[in-house]
Design a protein around this ligand. Sequence first.
Ligand code: ADP
Length: 252
Amino acid sequence: MIVFEDVSKQYPNGFMGLKHVNLTIDQGEFVAIIGLSGAGKSTLIRTINRMHDITGGKLTVDDVDVMTLHGQKLRAFRRKIGMIFQSFNLITRTTVIKNVLTAFVPDMPWWRATFGVFTREEKMKALEALDKVGILDKAYVRADQLSGGQQQRVALARTLAQNPQIILADEPVASLDPVTAKQVMDDFARINQEMKITVLINIHHVDLALQYARRVIGIRGGEVIYDGPADQVDQEVLDKIYQRDGEEAAEE
Ligand code: ADP
């Protein structure tokens, strides 16, 4: 369970990225975070794995106050949380399976990491992860030979190989065409349902958010403007999140 209690985030330049955020996200939820560019979506999910540090309030993951974690404990904590980016972040000049195997590097003795020596068990786990996202047949293909959607699936497989409890995805389908974007969203949905992994996705495609997520969090100016079921997001809610209301019209 992820709990934000009155969480704020002030960037070093004084800008408030998050303001008094209160949220509880249960294990196994599928949540889409929507909002304008610059609303604070990325800041919000990056505080969970401490890519960004909060500056006010309290943030706990399974009752552990994330701000108390340092060194070895922080590294172990981060391994339970998979992170998926818009840009896939693969090693493009090597094979798909080697990309997935990099998930094991943080836990390996230095000599195995240096020489890229992986156990049979690790290889099996990597292949299983590729199978879960439907690209087992691409295991020995170079990553840069794959389409964008397939590359995002490799990134997802690499995250699955970590055996995460939570997956944070920052605009994972933003650079994909609509058909491929749906396929990748299907992967997230399947993983969420079959493996009970909590999935938090920042997404600017409102239609995809409403189609796939059970719960939607709408943020604007670092504040949570909406938090509720996807099927209750109507035009009025969207207007609030995207500020297409009288306030903006009056400014024009
Ligand atoms: P979103 O993901 O919704 O597009 P972000 O969370 O990336 O928004 O950014 C929220 C706001 O915080 C933006 O106005 C952005 O300019 C600002 N911001 C992000 N990172 C920094 C930083 N390192 N220093 C100062 N401001 C930042």
